[in-house]
Design a binder for this molecule. Structure first.
Ligand SMILES: [Ca+2]
Ligand SMILES: [Ca+2]
Ligand SMILES: [Ca+2]
Ligand SMILES: [Ca+2]
Length: 473
């Protein structure tokens, strides 16, 4: 609007009364931009640790956090450190038959990407909010290699006309790089109580206690074993910072304790469990925790990606046919007083241990908000088969259902509950049906409401877009 006014005034021969304003910047404060090597072909063949990010302020270059995460298609027997694939069989499943594109690591049996340079399936990540102005006429940044520039144009399709630019360069051999990136956005400390992963991790039977922490300026998460995440503290401005989580839980059905996140870790009531880590990575833009193994689903995989204001949890079920499944967050008594709402119950109810009556059905989002902060889950369940997802909710300090794990209470317990039969999803037994859920969690200050959640929902449905082209001064 302003641009067209300026244009018409100028055309009429008058001096513009408003200076030509730049396009609005992309303002998705919580969302990342993730490019693959294939999206930025001129980065292919470069050394990951030599890639840096800069933005142009109009008068100077400023360093921004950028991260390269290598990936490769890896055989799951390799992830388990078992080399006689595909004959190895866990519960009748053969991880040696499974090959998936995963993050790689030399600190696990997954191993490093065979191609140690940036290749087509590696990812380059930074935050959308870190873009700046277009660097037209800007000089080559000091400390960077001539001819290495890549311009990434970022747009928010929900805000027509918006654009920001982030520039990627290769470090040069002389000169001092611009500064200004500030502290890393998060810190992930994988701490296995038994010692180092490759020399002490029990992949075939017993529990593997951890004291693992992710911390950013906005939230803290804690893990006590592979599948056991048991802490959420929201530390956004104004939030109380109390731990509102009992546990993220997994069950087949309420009151059915034969399988749970406890048995996924090991020594369930029917025996033991296999498990292994794909990767534990602490990075300046995002940290990544990815693992496999949930009882008779040795290829079932979960990946947490921790950004500073957002956590993505991707769960890929790979197991024989099962009757139903639940994936829900059970909050702690410290969540009392928060308002729970979801896409089917936008008015909300109070989390207080007193039962509530809610509409049921697959929830596109869920949220708890109070003085403790705001947590909004945006759900993205994808199945290759028809399903009925009724959504689970229980707020009851004296629940009649057995609390299979965690404390004795159900505070705002909520999440997906697929009540229809699930066909075999394990390629380790030759099956091809798929179930994947990408749960995107946003952590915010107190005061979130249904509008907050709807904005996040539409932002996930229409993410920021980025295009990379070569740049030179
Ligand atoms: Ca790769
Ligand atoms: Ca690579
Ligand atoms: Ca209640
Ligand atoms: Ca509980």
């Amino acid at each position: 609007m302003i641009a067209s006014l300026v244009g018409s005034v100028a055309l009429a021969g008058f001096s513009p009364i408003i200076s030509a304003s730049a396009a609005p910047a992309v303002t998705r404060p919580s969302d990342p931009v993730v490019l693959t090597g294939a999206d930025a072909p001129s980065l292919i063949g470069r050394t990951p640790t030599r890639i840096i990010g800069l933005r142009w302020t109009g008068s100077a270059w400023q360093r921004r956090h950028v991260q390269v995460d290598e990936r490769a298609v890896v055989n799951f027997a390799r992830i388990y450190g078992v080399l006689n694939a595909p004959t190895t069989s866990f519960y009748g499943s053969q991880p040696g038959l499974v090959n998936e594109l995963v993050y790689t690591s030399g600190s696990t049996w997954t191993g490093n990407d065979p191609d140690r340079l940036i290749d087509a399936n590696d990812e380059i990540a930074f935050m959308a909010r870190d873009g700046g102005l277009i660097a037209t006429g800007a000089p080559q940044p000091s400390g960077t290699a001539a001819g290495s520039g890549v311009e990434v144009r970022i747009i928010d399709p929900l805000v027509p006309g918006s654009e920001s630019y982030l520039y990627l360069f290769q470090k040069g051999t002389t000169g001092i790089l611009p500064g200004g990136a500030g502290p890393r956005y998060g810190s992930y400390k994988f701490r296995l109580l038994s010692g180092s992963y490759k020399s002490t991790y029990s992949r075939f039977g017993s529990a593997n206690p951890e004291d693992t922490l992710f911390k950013s300026s906005t939230y803290t998460r804690h893990f006590s074993d592979r599948w056991l995440n048991d802490q959420i503290k929201i530390t956004a401005p104004g939030a109380s910072g109390v731990d509102i989580l009992d546990r993220q839980k997994a069950l087949f059905a309420p009151n059915t304790c034969g399988r749970s996140e406890n048995t996924f870790n090991a020594t369930g009531v029917y025996g033991s469990a296999e498990g292994a880590f794909i990767v534990n990575k602490n990075g300046p833009v995002r940290s990544i925790r990815s693992y496999v193994g949930a009882n008779s689903g040795p290829n079932t995989q979960r990946t947490h990606v921790f950004y500073d204001r957002r956590e993505d949890i991707v769960t890929d079920l790979r197991v024989h046919s099962i009757g139903s499944i639940m994936d829900f967050f059970d909050y702690s008594p410290a969540a009392s007083g928060m308002t729970y709402r979801d896409s089917l119950n936008q008015g909300g109810v109070t989390v207080d241990g007193v039962p509530d009556s809610l509409n049921t059905g697959e929830a596109a989002w869920e949220q708890l908000a109070g003085s403790q902060g705001t947590i909004t889950h945006v759900n993205n369940l994808a199945t290759s088969f028809a399903r009925t997802n009724t959504h689970y909710y229980l707020d009851d300090s004296t629940p009649s259902d057995t609390q299979c794990t965690g404390d004795a209470f159900a505070y705002g317990s909520s999440g997906g509950y697929i009540t229809s039969a699930i066909p075999c999803t394990d390629p380790g037994t030759g099956c091809s049906a798929t179930l994947s859920n990408k749960r995107i969690i946003y952590y915010d200050a107190p005061g979130g409401d249904a509008v907050t959640a709807l904005v996040y929902r539409s932002g996930v449905d229409t993410p920021v877009a980025a295009t990379a082209t070569t740049w030179s001064p």
